[in-house]
Design a protein around this ligand. Structure first.
Ligand SMILES: [Zn+2]
Length: 245
């Protein structure tokens, strides 16, 4: 199952809107971290950084400042915070402002790479995001005059079109038949995965993806293309940010 990581059921993959939930501690170690039976903490990956938040238990607060992925999904406590022992019932809460901003930023990057692929046929060669701002590198040796502005206009037109953003888990064979599935150069989903999670921006873009997204493109809000830089002969780096509300 793609929504299970070791002992932890990934609530964030079921529903990206979950911010608070009850769980039981199944592992607790000051070195390795805390393992829950159910967690909505996005553990990081695909350029999206991990969530921050808290665990509340018996009147105590344990701040979560990151995650570590291994055989289990380990939540990393803030230095000095008490750890809930195994067996404790906790309420988990993901820091909403940061996560929601990351979901909007991440979804904005999908619109960007969907538009660049549709209009220029260019693949992604790298990327990174922080809450509210991001960069993405494309294999795009030449760009036309006025590229930055026309790209910004095209991205915002797709956002204004309010396209639905849908996550689906498909059998591997079916997913691999989607021609646009893998947009990052040289990155095929691991062979041993029997199922592949895809994110469909309906009518614009379908690709394999494990991150969290908003439900429709209008929720991204206006995107600004801040800069287009050359990164070697083949690559262009596009920097975006979410416009202040
Ligand atoms: Zn994504």
């Amino acid at each position: 199952m793609t929504d299970q990581h070791g002992h932890t059921h990934r609530l964030d993959l079921d529903d990206a809107s979950v911010r608070e939930w009850d769980a039981t501690v199944v592992g607790s170690d000051p070195e390795r971290g805390i393992v829950l039976d159910r967690s909505a903490f996005y553990p990081g990956g695909g350029g999206q950084p991990p969530d921050h938040g808290v665990l509340l238990w018996q009147g105590v607060q344990t701040r979560i400042v990151g995650t570590r992925k291994g055989d289990d999904l380990y939540l990393l406590p803030a230095e000095g915070d008490p750890l809930p022992p195994a067996g404790t019932t906790v309420t988990g809460a993901v820091e909403d402002q940061r996560r929601t901003l990351l979901m909007r930023t991440h979804s904005g990057l999908h619109v960007l790479c969907g538009v660049v692929f549709r209009d220029f046929g260019a693949l992604v060669t790298g990327g990174n995001m922080e809450p509210g701002e991001a960069r993405m590198d494309f294999n795009l040796p030449e760009v036309p005059p006025g590229f930055k502005q026309s790209l910004e206009d095209a991205v915002n037109a797709e956002i204004a079109a309010d396209r639905k953003i849908v996550a689906r888990v498909l059998p591997r064979e079916e997913a691999l038949r989607i021609p646009t599935l893998v947009r990052t150069q040289d990155a095929l989903p691991p062979l041993e995965q029997p199922e592949i999670r895809v994110i469909d921006i309906v009518g614009l873009d379908v690709q394999a993806d494990g991150g969290t997204h908003v439900a429709s493109t209008a929720q991204v809000g206006r995107v600004e293309v801040v800069k287009v830089e050359s990164k070697g002969r083949q690559n262009r780096r596009v920097r975006i940010r979410l416009a202040p509300a």
